[in-house]
Structures are given as structure tokens and as C-alpha cells.
Design a binder for this molecule. Sequence first.
Ligand SMILES: [Zn+2]
Length: 240
Amino acid sequence: MTADAPLEALLVVQGHDTRLDQIHHNLAALPARAERDEAVRSLAAVEAEIVTVTAVRDDLARDQKRLDDEVSTLEGKRKGFDTKLYSGTITNPRELQDLQEEIEALGRRIGVLEDRELSIMEQVEPVEARLAALTASQEQGSTARSDAELRLTAAEAELAVALEQETGARRVAAASVPDDLLASYEKLRSGLGGVGVARLVGNQCGGCHLTLSAMEAARMRKLGAGEVGHCDECGRILVP
Ligand SMILES: [Zn+2]
């Protein structure tokens, strides 16, 4: 191992850590997740509207049934009066006239109820159409959500593979770095945006990109094995 070998290995570790950070960032910001969330939201909205529209439809159906029953009852009553009227059992003209008037009144009442029923049927039509459209949307939305789930799972799996590879490679590289150097790197890295070590490029720190004095850069290059130089400006470990 040359004098710089641990520092060179540390740069390799840094490369893996940077990629790991990137993978974690990508995992958190996967477009497939936003798409899945949107698909879930949109399906939930359709399903909520189905509940509302179904309730409206059921209310109308109940009203229709109630009117239907009322009309049937009144028609039965009218039929009874009709039978009585033509049975010949009633001869009193006053009574006959009352009966006739009763039958006419029932007819008018039935007409009013039937008009109401017709108006309800007209209201039901667009509600049923909306419900059919919503049911179709629900089917599409459900398929879209499943597709989005699959895409998200695939994207996550892809990143999980990359994560595992990088983690393994980092472990191998880190094995060549002394523990105290690695600990110092980790501490710097956590406080400096993920970058704890950088290359000295010419007289410039590869971490903060500020230029060191020629004397300082020259001193850095003359450090012996086990000695570690830091950037005056950012404090990062510098590898000459
Ligand atoms: Zn620096």
C-alpha cells in the first residue's frame, strides 16, 4: 500500500456515498410515486361521487315507488266506486252524484301523481347516465391505479438493486480506510452536504473550489504516510 492508498480509497468511498445519496434522493422523489398517488386520489374522487350519485338515484327510486303505490291504491279505490256506480244497487240520485264526484276527484288526484312520477323519471335519466359514466371511470381508474402501482414497484426495485450494489462496493472500499480516518470523514461529510473528502486539483480544493496558497498546497503534497491535510476554507480532507 502506498502512502496515499487509504486516502485514495477514501475518495472511492466518497464516490459511492455520493451515488448512494443520489439513489436515496431518487427513491424519495420517484415520479412513479407521484403518479401512483395521483391515480389513488383520482379513483377515490370517482368513488366518492358514485356514493353521492347512487344516494340521489336511490332517493328518486324511493319517491317513484311511493307514488306508484299511492296510484295503485287510488286506482283500486276508483275501481271499487266504479263497480258500485254501475252495479245498480244505488238508486238515490244524490248518492249517485256523490259517487260520480268521488270518482272524478280520484281521477284528478291520480293524474297529479302520475305527472309527478313522470317528472321523477325525467330526473332519474341523467342521474343513471352519470352513474354509468362514473362506473366506467371507476373501472379505468382502478386499472390505472394498478398500472401505477406496478410501475412504482418496478422503479423501486430497480433503485433497490442499485442501492445494494453501491452499498456492497462502498463496504469493500471502506475496508481499506483506517477507522479513525473513516470516522473523521463521516463527521465532516454529515456537516458538509455529503462531501467529506476532495481531491486537491492544482492549488484548488475540489470540495469548496477555493484556491489554497501555493505554500499551503505544496505543504499538503509533502505530507507523509498517515498524515491528513484539510482545506483551510471548508475543512474537508484533501487528497493531493
Ligand atoms: Zn475546501
